[in-house]
Design a protein around this ligand. Sequence first.
Ligand SMILES: *Cc1c(COP(=O)(O)O)cnc(C)c1O
Length: 394
Amino acid sequence: MPYEPPEDFLHALRGLLERVPTPFYAYDLRRIEERTRRYLEAFPAARVFFALKANPRLRLLARLRAAGLGAEAVSLGEVLRAYVAGYMPDEVVLNGPVKPPAVLGELARSGVPTLVADSRADLERIARRLPEARVLLRLNPDLPVDTHPHLATGRGDSQFGVLPADWPDVFARGRELGLEMRGLHVHLGSNLNNPADFAARLEVLRRLRERVGPLEVLDLGGGFGLDLDPRELAPRMFALARSYGAELWIEPGRALVADAGVLVARVWAEKQTRRRYLLLDAGMTAFLRPLLYGARHPVRALYDAEERGVFDLAGPACESGDVLARAVELPVPREGDAVAFLQAGAYGGAMAMNYLDHPRPGEYAWDGRRWEVWRRPEALPRLWDDEPDRPEPI
Ligand SMILES: *Cc1c(COP(=O)(O)O)cnc(C)c1O
């Protein structure tokens, strides 16, 4: 059963609507705590790193750190953001296929997290620039997985990681280079809801064990879809880590935050073309997932009306793809009534962008009693702050 936000949260949203501009993101902290506890309890002897690209707000990161989680980053910016939120370098893992020299140089100054090397070239550059680094080597498990193609990072034709046939040699090369090679990293992709994908990966790793000696760390990444029960996955993941003599690490992102968050937008017009539309003040620049991944998010009305209708919900961009949901049944709104898109707490606010000079939405969190600001609504002049208004020599 998909999670439904509780009545008191929806009521609090109606109150918030009176005080802040739309569109905005809002999170129920109690749900984030519940999801985090569920993962910590299912993985008691593992280290859990929150994939901060799912929702990088500083206030969230500080709370998750207090709950005992580390942070998984995929860019220099995310590493520095985690440090700003209070994380120490040994609480941060940096992934990503490209780590240019300038990034490694900045890490040398600010603190070196555990690095996940993604290729032989990556490993050699790390050895030259950060010879003291602790390193995992990413495996490309060469597996098809059951998710949107843009989210399937573990396929053999994706750009990520080192294929199983090459992995043992590249890992040994890291040791030759003098790096502290701690273990193996593998991330299958995002939004995986089919336990068979996790089982297939375990099988690849079981076979690889014959060619790879004991490791200190086995990092099985994230990708846990909302429908999965972590308690059902954990025992076999622990057993695999034990077979490597390794500590288990995991990197959930979406699973901890997605269903705690909503995007709230107001309806400013109803119109009929060949379809019946509601026109909202939020679209693809506030919430990219429907366009980027064909994601479907349930919609709830934050108003009442007797009459109901079936609508497509479109945003303000001059792009025919700027539709957040299709064929949604809702009470017929009046001008200014608001709707909430559910399950928007992961990869929602994080992907908001400034295309069309749209300022990014505010973000707010509810603890059951009061609201706190996680991100102020972006102010318009900031969007052109970095642009010279007269010729500027380089
Ligand atoms: C994106 C990502 C994650 C988190 O994925 P979710 O689907 O949000 O759990 C974890 N690890 C790596 C390497 C990632 O790229």
